[in-house]
Each structure stands twice: as C-alpha cells, then as structure tokens.
Design a protein around this ligand. Structure first.
Ligand code: CA2
Length: 144
C-alpha cells in the first residue's frame, strides 16, 4: 500500500489549545485521527510527524526517500524563512502538498511569501483543517 507522510512544523503541537479564532478548536491528535480514517477510506497508508525543530524535520524528510509516495506538509513559520527546508523537500523527489490552516495572504505581509510553494505540486490555505483532507485526497489520487 502506498504511504503518504503528513508533517507538521513548529508550534502546530499547540493546535486546539490557543488562538482558536485563527487555528480552530481541534487538536493535532484530532487532526491526525481524522486523516487516519480518511486514509483508510482512500486505501492509502499514512504516517504522522510533528516537530518544533527544523533539523529534525529535515532529517525526517530525508528518511522518507523510498518509504513514502507523497508528502503533505504544514511547515508553520518555517514556510517563510527556511531555504534548508525547501532544499530538503526538493531533494527528496516526492510530490509535496503544502497546507496552511489560515489564509496566509490575508495576514501579515511576512506570511505572504512561501519558500516551499515553488517545490510543491499544490498549496491549500485558509480552509482550516479541511485543507489537510483536500490535500490528502489529491495526494492519494496522484499516487494511486
Ligand atoms: O496557517 C498555517 O497553517 C500556518 O502555517 C501556521 C503557522 C504560521 O507561522 C504560518 O504563517 C501559517 C503557525 C503555526 C502556529 O500554530 C499554532 C496553533 C495553535 C496555537 C498557536 C499556534
């Protein structure tokens, strides 16, 4: 069965505990449980990883080579700053789906630029946690 890796970057472990007006009421565990159910329906395997450390995320991405068929990533604040994350994503040669819970374009100017989008198949933003579901459906179609 093809595997799709879901990666959440810095501070996304706080989902559901703060800033509910921006990030909603669901926790990271709720999100992962929902995606696991959807993956089952779609007939793909899914793995989850969250870290607040850039290097750990990059190491995880390196480890996906040969293990995963596609990856979904919400890189958190690293979206706007990390050349190293972008390089890891382009180096792993997997289809990348970038997800943001909030509409980054209606927020502060520094969130308008993503270093990741240029190496992504597609980007979903502003649709809350549903954005992960849409991206998972697309990724499953792509790898199926
Ligand atoms: O909208 C998104 O998903 C973001 O990737 C979230 C990042 C932010 O830096 C990006 O510009 C957009 C921040 C993640 C922080 O997550 C929290 C969740 C709950 C409470 C506090 C922070």
């Amino acid at each position: 069965m093809k595997r799709i890796a879901v990666i959440n970057g810095p501070n996304l472990n706080l989902l559901g505990t703060r800033e509910p007006d921006v990030y909603g009421h669901e926790t990271l565990k709720d999100l992962e449980a929902g995606l696991a159910g959807l993956a089952e329906e779609l007939g793909v395997a899914v793995s989850f990883f969250q870290s607040n450390h850039e290097g750990e995320i990059i190491d995880h991405i390196h480890g996906l080579r040969g293990e995963a068929a596609a990856l979904l990533i919400n890189p958190g604040g690293l979206t706007h700053t990390s050349v190293s994350l972008r390089d890891a994503l382009s180096g792993v040669e997997l289809p990348v789906y970038e997800v943001h819970i909030s509409n980054v374009h209606s927020r502060e100017e520094f969130r308008h630029r993503s270093l990741v989008s240029g190496v992504a198949v597609g980007v979903v933003c502003g649709l809350g946690l549903r954005g992960y579901e849409y991206a998972l459906r697309e990724a499953a179609k792509h790898v199926g």
